[in-house]
Structure formats: C-alpha cells, structure tokens
Design a protein around this ligand. Structure first.
Ligand code: ADP
Ligand code: MG
Length: 238
C-alpha cells in the first residue's frame, strides 16, 4: 500500500509500498523516527484517509468496502493526549455510544475496568490528570467493543508511573479481549516489553519487520542496528 500527499512542489511519497500483516490477536509495535509515516499507517486502517496505491485490508475486507461507522466500531483509535470532548467524563463515554447507536456496557462497569472510580463520571473531563484522561479515552474506545485497537503514542505525554499504568491497562485489555493491537510508540523499551512483532518504519518504508525478540536481539538491517543504538531516534535528532 502507498500514500502520497500533495505539497507545494507536487506529490510527496509518505508511505512507499508497505506490505505487512498484523496477525489476529497479536500486538505489533510500530517504531521509527518522527515523520516516518507511523500515524499515517494508523489513519489508513480506520479510513481517516484512503490509500493512493494498493489495498488496506481489515478483517478480510478492503477498507473502502467497509461502512465507515461499522469499521470504526471494529477499529478503535486512541491518541497521545487522550483528547477529551467538552463535558463530563460520562458525556465522553456516552458520546461514542450515542453516535453509533450501540448497546453499551454500563458506564460504571467500564470505569471500574479502566481503574477509575464511578464518582469520577460526573467530573469535567478536562480537569482530569493526563493519566486519567488516557484511561477515559481507552474506556471510550472500549464502549464499542473493538476487535482491533490502534494506539498512537498513548503513553508519551505521561510521567513514567502513569505511562506504566496505561501500558498495564492496555495489556489487561488485550489479555481479556484478545484484540489485535497496532501500537505506535517511540519508547523502545515499551515496544520490547509489549510487542509480539515489531516493525521499523523510516521515510515511509518498512525497513524491518520481525518477531519482537529477534527484532531487538538480532536485527537484520544495518539501519535497524543504528536506530536501536539511538543514532537515528527522535531523541538523537533533537
Ligand atoms: N495531512 C497531511 N498533509 C500533508 N502531509 C502530511 C499530512 N499528514 C502527515 N503528513 C506528512 O507525512 C509524513 C509522515 O507523517 P506521520 O505519519 O505523522 O509520521 P509519524 O507519525 O511517524 O511521526 C510527514 O512528513 C508529514 O509531514
Ligand atoms: Mg505520529
């Protein structure tokens, strides 16, 4: 699959002939320098954008053949900051459910599941801490019982303790629901801890894909070795 964007001078290739598969029920961690196209891959999986070449197949069906609402119930997306909508925590949880006219699990049960108290349902969502917002964001996604989760840097804005809490919550969700997860992270230790498979993206190309243990212990590509040493990471670029 490929993706281009128009810029002033013409077409810029953002993803170049990516061929990869996330095995059902597994966690794939997606790493790569800033601007390499990681978020673009996620956006293609739930029709925020469409591919310009090739196909993106979700649960056996090409994304453009899915009804977009139905697709987004199957494919949940959570971002870096746990972006909250105006209103209370409960409003945030119910909005997704109302939009999709779904039967929802009781909000109380979901709150408990993500480690938040029921009393918090009445709080204004924008007053929560970063970690609490991210829990609400995950709860909001779970309302739809998605079989696939797309996670974009969901812990990168949090302090280490809150980040670890969210990581553990996601692993609990995965263990309980056996869902398939494509998890973008710049935290290589996290990628190593949580991944079954790891992909490295650089300048729109999939440089290496391997089971996570091999990816970190025996990377095949010289580029991957340099990336893992930190020579090409976002941190090094700063
Ligand atoms: N809507 C857009 N229009 C034009 N270019 C974009 C758009 N979204 C992303 N890009 C470009 O695509 C490239 C990949 O971006 P992105 O997928 O966000 O990378 P990453 O998530 O790995 O940091 C970047 O060069 C970015 O500037
Ligand atoms: Mg990104």
């Amino acid at each position: 699959m490929s993706k281009f964007y128009e810029n002033g001078e013409g077409k810029e290739t953002v993803l170049q002939q990516i061929t990869a598969k996330v095995p059902a029920g597994s966690i794939v961690t997606l790493v790569g320098p800033s601007g390499s196209g990681k978020s673009t891959i996620l956006s293609l999986c739930n029709l925020l954008i469409t591919p310009d070449g090739g196909r993106v197949i979700v649960e056996g069906k090409e994304v453009r053949d899915w009804n977009v609402h139905e697709l987004r119930r199957h494919v949940g997306l959570a971002f870096q900051m746990g972006t909250m909508l105006p209103g209370t925590v409960k409003d945030n949880l119910l909005l997704a459910a109302r939009l999709h006219q779904l039967e929802t699990e009781a909000t109380e049960r979901i709150m408990q599941y993500v480690g938040l108290s029921e009393g918090m349902l009445a709080r204004q969502a924008d007053e929560l801490s970063g970690g609490q917002k991210q829990r609400v964001a995950l709860a909001r996604t779970l309302v739809n019982r998605p079989s696939i989760l797309l996670l974009d840097e969901v812990t990168s804005a949090l302090d280490p303790a809150a980040a670890r809490g969210i990581e553990e919550l996601i692993i609990k969700i995965h263990n309980d629901r056996q869902n398939t997860i494509l998890w973008v992270t710049h935290d290589l230790e996290q990628a190593k801890r949580v991944g079954d498979f790891t992909w490295l993206l650089a300048e729109g190309r999939l440089v290496e894909q391997a089971d996570t243990a091999s990816f970190f212990s025996q990377p095949k590509e010289p580029f991957t070795r340099r990336f893992l040493k930190g020579e090409l990471s976002e941190e090094a670029a700063r």
